[in-house]
Write a protein that binds this ligand. Structure first.
Ligand code: FAD
Length: 261
């Protein structure tokens, strides 16, 4: 058994197509707004969200919509007002993609319960026959960690015993897949897996709030604690209302001022 830690890596995020944005601004007579704001707002995601939101009321400047007599000039004020009003749908325009490595199947099962605004690709135990059964030992089991490791070793040995009953070199890929899939039934839920998880910012704010709550399971709190740190660092306007509180087990709770936008 290998002991591992859950790891979160940001691998992709939304990027503007600047030629397209400039074309849009020209067509909207919003070039003055664009020329003023874009040099200050370098963050593609936050800029896209602001552009999308301002389209709703044509609020790139006073006079474009005769009903609008004043606009919020500052991007931070604009985004904060969006969050305060709960106009979260514009946050769906931009996404972030993470690799979650060494997370258990307990954790991945909880992650996939969040359906809205997500995309998921998880390592398959139908196709991938594990060479190693890796585990993260939860803090609550630290004092019985050697017994925990022994239990995992027993299961791993039994898995290897069953696996050895098949002549893998003579099997077709389809046969291997079928037997690998059948064998996974005895593998433990706590076994480490890897997944790629994409979510839009409306979803991200909600899942961080739910899954760093003290009532959530410790592993998913660790994972979404890492997610929160990355997002607070990289999207200061979108996550600037989150506050961080230390929990007794060493994890942190991240609570937004504006919940479920
Ligand atoms: C601490 C904790 C304990 C939990 N314990 C259990 C448990 O014991 N058993 C269990 O089965 N689950 C449990 N869950 C999972 C929970 O029930 C939800 O499935 C999970 O949190 C997904 O959240 P969500 O419903 O907000 O859905 P998401 O997919 O994250 O959706 C976000 C929001 O979009 C809206 N939405 C999404 N889909 C629809 C829809 N089809 N129709 C209408 N509105 C929609 C809702 O407003 C929803 O809140 C637990 C979750 C937590 C955080």
């Amino acid at each position: 058994m290998s002991k591992i830690e859950p790891v979160v890596i940001k691998i992709a995020e939304t990027k503007l197509d600047m030629a397209g944005v400039e074309q849009l601004m020209e067509r909207y007579n919003a070039t003055e707004w664009y020329t003023r704001v874009k040099p200050i707002q370098q963050n593609d995601t936050e800029f896209l969200i602001e552009v999308s939101g301002r389209m709703c009321y044509k609020s790139y400047g006073v006079g474009l919509n005769p009903n609008v007599t004043k606009i919020r000039e500052d991007s931070r004020d604009y985004v904060t007002n969006v969050l305060a009003k709960g106009d979260g749908s514009i946050l769906e325009h931009a996404t972030v993609t993470f690799a979650f490595l060494n997370v258990s199947r307990v954790c991945s099962h909880e992650i996939v319960r969040h359906r809205a605004g997500t995309a998921i690709s998880q390592e398959s135990l139908r196709y991938v026959r594990p060479r190693d059964v890796s585990f993260w030992i939860p803090p609550d089991l630290q004092k019985v960690s050697s017994e925990f490791e022994e239990a995992v070793q027993v299961i791993t040995n039994q898995y290897r015993e069953l696996e050895s009953k098949f002549d893998w070199d003579k099997m077709s890929f389809e046969e291997k897949k079928r037997v690998t899939s059948a064998l996974r039934r005895i593998l433990p839920d706590g076994m480490a897996t890897n997944m790629v998880w994409t979510a839009n910012h409306r979803t991200l704010r909600w899942v961080i709030e739910m899954r760093t709550d003290p009532s959530a399971e410790v592993e998913i709190r660790q994972v979404f604690g890492q997610v929160a740190e990355i997002l607070i660092r990289d999207y200061p306007l979108l996550y600037g209302d989150f506050s961080k509180k230390a929990l007794p087990d060493g994890t942190f709770q991240y609570t937004p001022k504006y919940s479920k936008v």
